[in-house]
Design a protein around this ligand. Structure first.
Ligand code: SAH
Ligand code: SF4
Ligand code: F3S
Length: 461
């Protein structure tokens, strides 16, 4: 069945399920964009009248928000869908829908239709607003098992979707969607479409409301946040948000090295009380030859010059990155180039990935010419290098007093909490009395490892 948007769908579902106390459960895989999208999915579920469930077993509606970035991510999501089969057998009225980036891959959708017949529908990230229509149609056709597809073309950005945020102090704010860069290995432009930026007035309105509601940290999201463009560029948007009154931290991710103008660095330095001194700047490779094959449009010298400028303007800045190991044709010399950049930059954190071919991308046509043993060996050497750098970075915090935002309880027990510095470092703290979750505290760092730090809470004032 093909669907067009049905603006009454929320009310229709609500009427159909009223007084039944039905529950929904959302499982999220993938990046922060998916986390943010899941908050909209939750919002729509609640508008339809469903109530949040703590586990899938209690739900009448289960939505899985999937990621397609690497083969492993897809496997994880599909194996999760597999674990839900018995729930559908026990409760034939259960509705299972699959959203996220895998739902925008025709071959995956075909596989879901044929191998996971208990799934009722799929919907691409750009079509989250269609969820109520899909749920309504499914409620009407449950026993016919008719697979649903959506007719609408990629619609304009929807500003009217409700949001149910999981945190009361940290908020995601998507400012742009999609990607135009077509890095040769990457599936994102195919599954998330072309770049679309939200109006600055909408972003500013959302940020103001969050700060008024007491949110302490806002993270601006986009596949390339710094390519944001509306009536303002990204630097002006950051400047405008950081100028809102209140005590809050502002973060953003992810940035492409091609769009880091001096103006952006100047705005970060000027608002250092609010804009966190942290920059995620994906390197991918330290070899110019591989960067060209990846279509990354910068070279190693340009990348290192941005790092120098950032460190010059904001000396305590934390720089983090993503690296792909074993891209097709990567030689030992290319890989040494990557190790060399990792050593020079001394990253605070690196997310390393082994290259995974994605159907439909340009790199997927390149020969897979690197033996598995070489891939594993390079990954192990890269991780060893990363840990050296991360320990050195964390050591610089020893005996210093830093401000942290307390995030959550820690599993270590009562009075133990997890907090983060404005540079994104994980700090473990202990304090008795009232829970400090969602508050800023000053702590003195007493011990560091490459992965975390331990801090003593200082008395305010
Ligand atoms: N938009 C962001 C990154 C999105 S994906 C950016 O441009 O930086 C997050 C990371 O996954 C990428 O930075 C890259 O390191 C990794 N990645 C993307 N496609 C991959 C693939 N096919 N195989 C392995 N890693 C991949
Ligand atoms: Fe993928 Fe490149 Fe776009 Fe990032 S910039 S999402 S790596 S295509
Ligand atoms: Fe995955 Fe889609 Fe994010 S592919 S990394 S969930 S944009």
């Amino acid at each position: 069945m093909n669907l067009c948007e049905n603006i009454n769908a929320i009310a229709l579902v609500k009427k159909k399920i009223s007084d039944k106390n039905l529950r929904y459960y959302v499982m999220t895989f993938g990046c922060q964009q998916n986390e943010a999208d899941s908050e909209k999915i939750r919002g729509l579920c609640e508008e339809m009248g469903y109530i949040g469930a703590d586990k899938p077993d209690d739900a009448s509606l289960i939505i899985i928000n999937t990621c397609a970035i690497r083969h492993h991510a897809e496997e994880k999501a599909l194996s999760y869908v597999g674990t839900l089969k018995h729930l559908k057998e026990e409760n034939p009225a259960l509705i299972i829908g699959i959203g996220g980036c895998m739902s925008a891959e025709p071959s995956t959708v075909k596989k879901i239709k044929t191998s996971f017949r208990y799934v009722s529908f799929t919907f691409e990230p750009a079509k989250i607003h269609m969820l109520p229509t899909l749920v309504y149609q499914t409620l009407n056709t449950l026993h016919q098992r008719e697979y649903l597809t959506i007719d609408d073309e990629c619609p304009p950005i929807r500003e009217d979707l409700p949001t149910v945020r999981l945190s009361g102090h940290r908020a995601w704010v998507s400012i742009m969607y999609g990607c135009n860069n077509f890095c040769s290995y990457c599936i994102v432009p195919y599954v998330r479409g072309r770049e679309r930026s939200r109006a600055s007035s909408e972003v500013l309105r959302e940020c103001r409301e969050l700060i008024e509601q007491g949110y302490k940290e806002i993270t601006l999201l986009g596949q390339n946040v710094n390519s944001y463009r509306s009536d303002m560029d990204f630097a002006d948007l950051l400047d405008a948000i950081a100028s809102i009154d209140g005590e809050f931290w502002l973060r953003f991710m992810t940035s492409h090295p091609k769009d880091v103008p001096d103006k952006l660095i100047e705005v970060m330095a000027r608002h250092r009380d609010k804009i966190c001194p942290a920059f995620h700047l994906p390197l991918q490779s330290g070899s110019d030859r591989i960067l060209r094959l990846m279509n990354r449009t910068y070279d190693r010298a340009r990348y290192l010059s941005i790092v120098d400028k950032l460190r010059h303007a904001i000396p305590d800045i934390a720089i983090t990155t993503d690296i792909i190991v074993a891209f097709p044709s990567e030689t030992e010399e290319d890989f040494q180039g990557t190790l060399d950049v990792v050593e020079r930059v001394g990253y605070d954190k690196v997310f390393p990935f082994i290259y995974s071919p994605r159907e439909g991308t340009r790199a997927a046509k390149m020969p897979m010419d690197i033996p598995d043993a070489t891939k594993a060996d390079r990954m192990a050497r890269l991780i060893a290098k990363i840990n050296e750098g991360a320990l050195a970075c964390n050591d610089e915090y020893l005996d210093k007093t830093v401000r942290v935002l307390v995030d959550s309880d820690s599993r270590e027990g009562k009075g133990h909490y997890l907090a983060r510095t404005n540079t994104g470092k994980l700090v473990r703290i202990f304090t008795d009395g009232e829970s400090p979750v969602g508050q800023f505290l000053n702590v003195k760092i007493q011990k560091t490892t490459p992965f975390d730090m331990f801090g003593a809470v200082m008395k305010e004032g």
